[in-house]
Write a protein that binds this ligand. Structure first.
Ligand code: NI
Length: 166
């Protein structure tokens, strides 16, 4: 296994539309998943998309409790009209957090780490992570989803703000 370099905002690999995974059980895909898992855990992230490690493929990982989940060739669809607002960060935009409004619930489907079809519904943090990671496959950063850029800041400064609020 290996810890991979994480691409940062500005690199072209993060701005294009990633390609479908055509052979989900290929050895190089299995290796990529293992390396991405190690990279995400090392970086302390809760999600990581393949373009963030310079692989323009429709594949991402996320953490759900203690579980590490994988989705290839995902389809994410909002469920209902409810929306939720929360701060997000991104391993490709280190040090920053920004507030993003997104659909509160989503249906998801795709292929798991064994190339088998999986589907489900999600809400809360998982719904947010799925949408954030799926956006990376289409060249979209959370910053592009923000309605109010005054709700963007460096983590340390935002922490100070909330301390002053308390
Ligand atoms: Ni991200």
């Amino acid at each position: 296994m290996a810890i991979l370099k994480i691409a940062r905002m500005g690199h072209p690999v993060l701005l294009g539309r990633a390609e479908e995974v055509t052979d989900p059980t290929a050895p190089e895909i299995r290796r990529l998943i293992r390396d991405m898992a190690e990279t995400m855990l090392d970086a302390g992230g809760i999600g990581l998309a393949a373009p963030q490690v310079y692989q323009p493929l429709r594949l991402f990982l996320w953490r759900e409790g203690q579980d590490l989940r994988v989705l290839m060739n995902p389809e994410i669809t909002p469920l209902g009209e409810d929306r939720a607002t929360a701060f997000e960060g991104c391993l490709s935009i280190p040090g920053l957090r920004g507030e993003v409004e997104r659909p509160a619930r989503v249906a998801w489907r795709g292929l798991d780490q064994n190339g088998l079809p999986v589907a489900g519904e999600a809400e809360g943090l998982t719904a947010r992570v799925l949408q954030h990671e799926n956006d990376h496959l289409d060249g979209i950063f959370y910053l592009m989803r923000m309605n109010d850029l005054t709700r963007l800041g460096f983590i340390e400064e935002l922490a100070r703000l909330s301390e002053e609020d308390a």
